[in-house]
Design a protein around this ligand. Structure first.
Ligand code: S3P
Length: 448
């Protein structure tokens, strides 16, 4: 386990809060979703792809390692840079051993799409959390395309993917809004005969579509819809990865709730399919200004200035849920600090993320004295004072739960102990250093 910047001290956890005002400027690491895809498409392209701003997280490194095992040379000239020597669509080689996706649902689901189109067999496995995450959502539609994938009972990993099956295109209406499932099918569609058409119940992040286009693959897409056909080639291109909005989100909420804060977050990715939290925080009364909007590597980025403001509870509109699917843990914290109640509905997907995020956030906030009524697909959060933690609050090995609880602790009456934080390194290496530099109270809990 990494202990970079004190993030981990692995399972020993953190002592968090209370904090001082968040001031100055912070820069957060590269976007996780885009980093995964840059390595994948770079590997399958003809030519050399230079990726800058790559997320040095455990999840994205696991994906890079998988492609190395499949015969792709990937150089690391400096931290957050990768040079991917593409082998072309049909140039991967079977590895003969289990491919480890670590904690990453994105890695496993997208790889299932890629590997379904190969001539060789593969096995995809993951850590304890990933081994409990539902894979039928990719296995079933990939089977309709002609893939053969076996899983453990309940459709759980590991995935055993048979090679040598010709794939055919598919016209598929996704039962759940999932960019991972959409992307798995589009990647399998590269190898398929005919058209692959995906229809979504709610639009989800479109990075796969945008990046395929940047790599020269003909693809048509609009919110909620994507279409491509097999039989083309990917041409290497350079990728500049913007800072991850989901990582910036912790600082947006922290600076909103800690009195006296005035923080700037630099060059944050502002893809509209990711920034639903901004809309919701502003509706709650947050003072967040986006300045210097510009394009960076085909993605919209902006600097965000956030100042403390009094928040009030809101009903989160259904239509925005998919655009902030990873930000609900930290929204729970904003809601806990707001006056009145915040109502979340239509977010049942949170139960099958790295942890059951409705249950883990409800339990974490209750331990801090906040009233939370959990529902099947959401929660009602009653804002109120946050007391100091009693005992260790468990983040269930979920990176976003650990960081969200650390933000809650900033406004608690005393210190809060948070357990099982090592997985923060999956998405946000250097979180502790950046958080403390900005003013948060956060340190590794010494071993007992
Ligand atoms: C991701 C899509 C989302 C998100 C995950 C990353 C992606 O998952 O929660 O962190 O990169 O496509 P779903 O598409 O399954 O909701």
């Amino acid at each position: 386990m990494s202990s970079e910047n004190g993030d981990a001290m692995a399972s020993e956890g953190w002592i968090a809060g209370p904090g001082t005002p968040l001031l100055g400027t912070v820069r957060v690491p590269g976007d996780k979703s885009i980093s995964h895809r840059a390595v994948m498409l770079g590997a399958l392209a003809e030519g050399v792809t230079h990726v800058r701003g790559f997320l040095e997280g455990e999840d994205t490194r696991a994906t890079a390692r998988v492609f190395e095992r499949l015969g792709v040379r990937i150089d690391t000239p400096s931290a957050s840079e990768r040079i991917v020597h593409g082998v072309g669509l049909h140039g991967l080689r079977g590895s003969g051993s289990v491919l480890d996706c670590g904690n990453a649902g994105t890695g496993m689901r997208l790889l299932a799409g890629v590997l379904a189109g190969q001539r060789f067999d593969s096995v995809l496995a993951g850590d304890a959390s990933l081994s409990q995450r539902p894979m039928r959502r990719v296995i079933e539609p990939l089977a309709l395309m002609g893939a053969r994938i076996d899983a453990n009972p309940g459709g759980l990993p590991p995935l055993r993917i048979r090679g040598g099956n010709p794939l055919k295109g598919l016209d598929y209406a996704l039962p759940v809004a999932s960019a991972q499932v959409k992307s798995a099918l589009l990647l399998a569609g590269l190898y398929a005969h005919g058209d692959t058409v995906i229809r979504e119940p709610h639009p989800t992040r479109d990075y796969t579509e945008r990046m395929l286009a940047a790599f020269g693959w003909p693809v048509t897409f609009a919110p909620g819809h994507a279409r491509l056909s097999g039989g083309h080639a990917l041409r290497a291109t350079d990728v500049e990865v913007p800072a991850d909005f989901s990582s910036a989100a912790f600082f947006l909420v922290a600076a909103s709730v800690v009195p006296g804060s005035d923080l700037r977050i630099e060059a944050v990715g502002m893809n509209p399919r990711r920034t639903g939290l901004l809309q919701v925080l502003r509706a709650m009364g947050a003072d967040i200004e986006a300045t210097d909007r510009r394009e960076q590597g085909g993605e919209l980025v902006a600097d965000l200035r956030v100042r403390h403001a009094a928040l009030h509870g809101v009903e989160v509109p259904d239509a925005v849920v998919a655009d902030m699917i990873d930000e609900f843990p930290v929204l729970f914290v904003a809601a806990a600090c707001a006056s009145g109640r915040t109502v979340i509905r239509g977010a049942g997907e949170l139960r099958v993320k790295e942890s059951d995020r409705l249950a883990t956030m409800a339990a974490g906030l209750r331990a801090l004295g906040i009233g939370v009524d959990e529902t099947a697909d959401g929660a009602v959060i009653h804002g109120g004072p946050m007391r100091a933690g009693v005992g260790v609050i468990d983040s269930h090995g979920d990176h976003r739960i650990a960081m969200s609880l650390a933000i809650a602790a900033q406004v608690a009456e005393g210190e809060v102990q948070i357990g099982d934080v090592a997985n923060v390194a999956t998405s946000f290496p250097g979180f502790v250093a950046r958080a403390t530099a900005a003013g948060m109270g956060l340190r590794a809990r010494p071993p007992h």
